[in-house]
Write a protein that binds this ligand. Sequence first.
Ligand code: HEM
Length: 487
Amino acid sequence: MASQLHSTSKPTYTLAEGCPQQDPASSFSINKPGGGGLLLLQDTQLIETLAHFARERIPERVVHAKAAGAFGEFEVTHDITDITSAAFLSEIGKKTPFLVRISTVGPERGSADTVRDVRGWAMKLFTEEGNQDWVFNDIPVFFVRDPIKFPSVNRSHKRHPQTNLTDSTMFWDFHNNNQEGIHALMCLFSDRGTPASLRNIDAFSGHTYKFTKKDGSFHYVKIHFKTDQGIKNFTEAEATKIAGENPDHNVQDLFENIAKGNFPSWTAYVQTMTAEEAEKYRWNIFDMTKVWPHKDHPLRLFGKLTFNRNPQNYFSDIEQAAFSPSTMVPGIEPSADPMLQARMFSYPDAARYRLGVNYQMLPTNCPIGPVYSPMQRDGFANFRGNYGSDPNYVRSSFRSMTYAAGKASHDEWAGKTAAYSSEVVDDDFVQATALWKVLGTQPGQQGNFVSNVAGLLGSAIPEVQEKTIEMFSRVDAELGKLIAEAL
Ligand code: HEM
């Protein structure tokens, strides 16, 4: 679909320093009669053109490299002020603009959209109290619960260090030996692993966060966005076919639907839990491999999200966007989930590498309200005035600042230093088994699950296949048998 608009305005062509230039389609040379000609080093236009082209690429994200993006609006539909003081959630009808980026995780920037993978959902809400980022996935649980395993799980889903090929043996070997990921695997190998479009997925915080109030009270929460378009998935065969025919299927689908005014929307819900409930709960609420079943903690409706505008320029709006779970407004806080704590370090760290130390100044990342952060100075590409002559040290006598009220202390942090254990116990299989039973209530879904696993497992070495069958037998003995038969 053509997205370019013909413009009637005729800007004067210049170089980046603003100096007008002649036609950019010709280099400057000493012509020889009959063609050819020596180029001149003084042709700044040619040099700038080639030099800038060679520097057009920035590092792609180490994970979540391929994506579509959009702008939209979040609206509060139900009162939620009893559990959070966040200003953008303060009244029914209040609207907040946002930027969203939806990605696949493992493959590179040029890869096919319909591969079996988790979809990432990164959102930046531009609130009057600064930016609120929600960096979610389309499955409610994760493959590991100790952040030190994050690089490993991702590498096992990517390319083998020798062959440069994705590698089924490596994939299953990781999961056989780190079986806390079984619940996430059950999601990934159901047909939800190959969504029919980005408009047909849900998104989940996965982690437990906290909604807080100014009086110091708080609730633990998990946030869910449910698609108003309904869940629709491809089968493995459909996804594979489309990956060949149109690798950009999902990016195109989202862009075209927004362009023609068919704005997709999602309903926002929150699950809540008090600290007392959390202490006695059946599951560790800081373990990202577990959900809170809805029957224990029902979904509470609070908002609506609508995508209503396409990016104007993909690189500037979407590729240069940087999201982080650490970007939070007052009224929303992290929990002690170790994965979340590690992510709060990792994303700004990744952005400093990928976009530079002043990445928050890029227009796409800029909050709508004032920013006064004079303890962050200088650095590459600092283009926002750098706080002029204002003091660059704390407690200066020469310019006073006003400060937000100190955060109430919500948790008593107690404990002793210990290695976080991700030993796997039978209890880790209970929710996976429940999901297998849910698939049994949906026609054809258990069969698809088995053939989806067998499709990838078929090319692993026999020893790894056996261990994977054992792992799925812990979910359900019949499931293990079915996979073995399907190989
Ligand atoms: C310890 C665990 C994790 C670590 C260390 C981690 C780290 C990262 C890194 C380094 C990036 C690339 C960021 C960039 O270059 O701008 C990224 C992207 C992303 N991650 Fe994670 N991640 C973790 C777990 C998760 C989980 C549990 C979720 C979802 C609940 C998630 C969702 C995403 C999304 C949606 C993106 C894409 C962000 C964008 O569109 O720019 N990640 N992650």
